[in-house]
Design a protein around this ligand. Structure first.
Ligand code: PAF
Length: 285
């Protein structure tokens, strides 16, 4: 695997990989890789000739009181994992390469970015959209792979890619990969490593309580009291703050107070021991 830190070298190396029409799969990450990321790489390898992964802890998607400085940085271990998974190239730019002096552009996707995490993390999705648009322009992938764990992020990126023709002419170039979970069903996340052993144990309440709420809703029970019960269960298990518990249309992310004809998703964000966890699951009609 070639590790590249310079944009000109990236362009030349990706052009060489693309020779003879080979396809390029892009897996953007912020490092601190776990099985969820490696699943993205494996999926990309299945459908593309070459995989380019990126590691860049993007400062513009962190708010002033968020964990940018404390965000885990495990570059050497990450590079070894990507190499072992058969990545062809690791793109690892520094902040000055991504955001040179007088950088003044921001991409803002309205609608899908506004509720849920967008409401409690102002500017977060502008930062994500801007950096992902840059990565697309830098690598020009055939397809790009993102985890469904960050379901709203995936919706924002799909909307941006379509609106800005970033993956034209392939409307299906953004691939969402199902969430990878620990044995107790907690969604894998780089932030799980912040949890104390007691909080880690309590955190497993999140996927369990979500599945119970989904079973009730699928069974025909009313949505609002079921979501309130889920929130109470999280607070009772040791979560300090529940940011949102929302049933939403799976495409537009508009909140629903009952199941409708379209696909629906249950989305939750909650804090335990200072760590903010998010999860989402599909609901059958
Ligand atoms: O999901 C992430 O790790 C980041 O938000 C992404 C997509 C790499 C953009 O910085």
């Amino acid at each position: 695997m070639q590790t590249v830190r310079n944009l000109d070298v990236l362009r030349t190396s990706v052009a060489a990989l693309r020779e003879d029409g080979a396809s390029i799969g892009l897996v953007p990450t912020m490092g601190a890789l776990h099985e969820g990321h490696l699943t993205l790489v494996r999926r990309a390898r299945e459908v593309c000739d070459h995989v380019v992964a990126s590691i860049f802890v993007n400062p513009t998607q962190f708010g002033p009181n968020e964990d940018l400085d404390a965000y885990p940085r495990t570059f050497d271990a990450d590079a070894a994992l990507l190499d072992a998974e058969g990545c062809a190239l690791l793109w690892a730019p520094d902040v000055a390469t991504m955001y040179p002096d007088r950088f003044a552009t921001s991409i803002s996707v309205s609608g899908v970015s506004e509720g849920l995490c967008g409401a409690s993390r102002p500017g977060h999705f502008d930062g994500v959209a801007t950096v992902v648009a840059k990565l697309f322009n830098q690598v020009r992938p055939t397809q790009a792979f993102f985890g469904e764990k960050d379901y709203q992020q995936l919706a924002v990126i799909r909307t941006m890619a379509r609106d800005l023709d970033l993956t034209h002419p392939n409307p299906d170039a953004i691939i969402g990969v199902p969430t990878v979970r620990e044995a107790d069903r907690l969604a894998m996340s780089s932030r799980n490593r912040y949890l104390s052993p007691a909080d880690r144990e309590a955190a497993a309440t999140l996927p369990r309580a979500m599945r119970e709420a989904i079973a009730r809703i699928e069974d025909g029970q009313e949505v609002a009291p079921t979501l309130a019960m889920l929130e109470d269960e999280l607070l009772g298990a040791g979560f300090g703050e529940v940011d949102y518990v929302v049933l939403a249309d799976a495409g537009s992310l508009a909140p629903l107070d009952a199941l409708s004809n379209g696909a629906a998703r249950l989305l939750v964000a909650a804090r335990i021991g200072g760590t903010r966890l998010i999860d989402n699951m599909a609901i059958a009609r």
